[in-house]
Design a protein around this ligand. Sequence first.
Ligand SMILES: [Zn+2]
Length: 139
Amino acid sequence: MAVLDRVPDPEIPVLSITDLGIVRGIRGNRVLITPTYTGCPATLAIEQLIRDALDAAGFADAFVERQLFPPWTTDWISERGRERLKAYGIAPPSPSATAECPLCGSTDTVEVSRFGSTPCKAQWRCKACLEPFDRFKCH
Ligand SMILES: [Zn+2]
């Protein structure tokens, strides 16, 4: 787990794959991972990063295995992951209808588009500081 904790998410490198909740556990020599969503283009890149990290740490006999059920949910993003997202300028996922601006903390914000820099994020704008920001979508 210490090795996996240092593997960055390729799309949001301030997050590790354990922050994102992708790593579901280790069973024997199998590392179980659940992709963030079906068809996420980062999945193959993540699996390769894990493979490289395991090999570099001397775990060449470990396997990376996809576990598709239960499906990944933003609820699996750790508290540390949420803090890192916010510090990076991305509003963490929340069921709230309003997003808190990660730059100034205002909740006077508006969604501009359902899609931001990646399909898993929406584009928002803060009416207080006028800055645009991404918000991780809940799912
Ligand atoms: Zn703001």
